[in-house]
Design a binder for this molecule. Structure first.
Ligand SMILES: NC(=O)c1ccc[n+]([C@@H]2O[C@H](COP(=O)([O-])OP(=O)(O)OC[C@H]3O[C@@H](n4cnc5c(N)ncnc54)[C@H](OP(=O)(O)O)[C@@H]3O)[C@@H](O)[C@H]2O)c1
Length: 331
């Protein structure tokens, strides 16, 4: 494993972070624990979860994934950097979501209870709540950091201009500052290269991209004309199956996969490895968040850390997918 400094903080994390959103719906608890074990054996010390997980479980199952991680972590909490998130809907009341002071102060306590820990290392806003004033959110997060319940704070799914405003307001208010971003980033979704990454570079924030394999499309295992009967692109992950189809299941994406498959074949490297190595090759990427519904899927992804993507191959991949720097803001 390789390790890298987490933005401008004094923290260091593994360059692969294990995502957990399959745990508790797509993947049962014992298999989830085997996935965690396998990642840790390979040197992963960084785990990402969220209060709304499992993916596709809806608010009635929200929190299951954190509980599964909490039971696995018992007795070894101090060996891991643990990140979780709030903002998604986790209960029936109108205030059981969002980034209000009321919700965030409740949400951190609920996450700590489920994870069975006194603190998380990184507490992230899962998305931007535009209905709550930024100052209210920042002051609530500052209370959480000062109380020791979170060591650092970060954002996910933020547009660059909103993050720039938040950083500016935190400086004015003299409250805790965001130290990281968790954006979607892969060969089929490159919009963050235009505005978010230049901001991150200037502000020295950590970058921990999710969806590095486009939910599995960049393994090359799917075909446009064959609807899979299980997994990420199906109703087995509830309404998320449709979300992922809307994101990636299009003729244009499959045509690109054909071109990428040809490059993979020519280079003698599996597309899964090439795709993840391409994300890691961006010098601004701190750690890529990998996901799995079965431990075997980690074999290719974990071994990517020892694979060096040469410049020529990287340029080929860049050129083949350059059109994905443009497109809908957050499809
Ligand atoms: N902040 C956010 O909004 C957000 C959003 C999404 C994810 N995340 C985080 O990022 C983590 C990773 O995201 P992701 O799961 O979307 O990453 P991903 O790497 O794009 O997709 C992982 C999925 O691809 C398939 N896969 C992976 N390796 C494979 C292999 N070797 N062979 C065949 N199939 C393989 C599996 O899906 P199937 O088995 O179902 O085919 C697996 O669950 C999540 O767990 C979560 O922690 C955050």
């Amino acid at each position: 494993m390789q390790y890298r400094k987490f933005g401008r903080t004094g923290l260091t994390v593994s360059r692969l972070c294990l995502g957990t959103m399959t745990f508790g719906l797509q993947t049962e608890e014992s298999v989830s624990h085997r996935i965690l074990d396998k990642a840790v054996e390979a040197g992963v010390n960084f785990i990402d979860t969220a209060d709304v997980y499992p993916l596709g479980g809806g608010e009635e199952h929200a929190g299951r994934t954190e509980e599964i991680v909490g039971r696995w972590m018992k007795g070894k909490r101090d060996r891991f950097i643990v990140a979780t998130k709030a903002v998604g809907k986790v209960g029936p009341s109108s205030w059981d979501q969002g980034a209000s002071r009321k919700h965030l102060l409740d949400a951190i306590d609920a996450s700590l209870r489920r994870l069975d820990t006194d603190y998380v290392d990184l507490y992230q806003l899962h998305s931007d709540d535009r209905d709550t004033p930024l100052d209210e959110t920042l002051e609530a997060l500052d209370v959480i950091v000062r109380s020791g319940k979170a060591r650092y704070i970060g954002v996910s799914n933020f547009l660059a201009y909103r993050l720039a405003r938040a950083l500016g307001r935190a400086d004015v208010l003299r409250v805790a500052r965001f130290v990281s971003v968790q954006p979607r980033y892969n060969l089929l979704f490159r919009q963050i290269e235009r505005e978010l990454l230049p901001l991150v570079d200037e502000e020295q924030l950590a970058v921990i991209p999710y969806n590095p394999l486009a939910g599995g499309l960049l393994t090359g295992k799917h075909r446009h004309d064959i609807k899979p009967d299980s997994g990420r692109f199906t109703a087995s992950v509830g309404s998320a199956g449709k979300t992922y189809q809307d994101r990636y299941w299009h003729e244009r994406e499959f045509e690109t996969i054909d071109k990428l498959n040809a490059i993979a074949k020519q280079s003698g490297t599996p597309l899964t490895k090439l795709s993840l190595a391409w994300v890691l090759a961006n010098p601004l990427v701190t750690s890529a968040i990998i996901g799995a519904s079965h431990p075997d899927q980690l074999t290719d992804t974990l071994s990517t850390i020892d694979f060096k993507l040469d410049e020529e191959l990287k340029t080929q991949l860049d050129d083949t997918t350059v059109e994905y720097r443009w497109g809908d803001a957050l499809r």
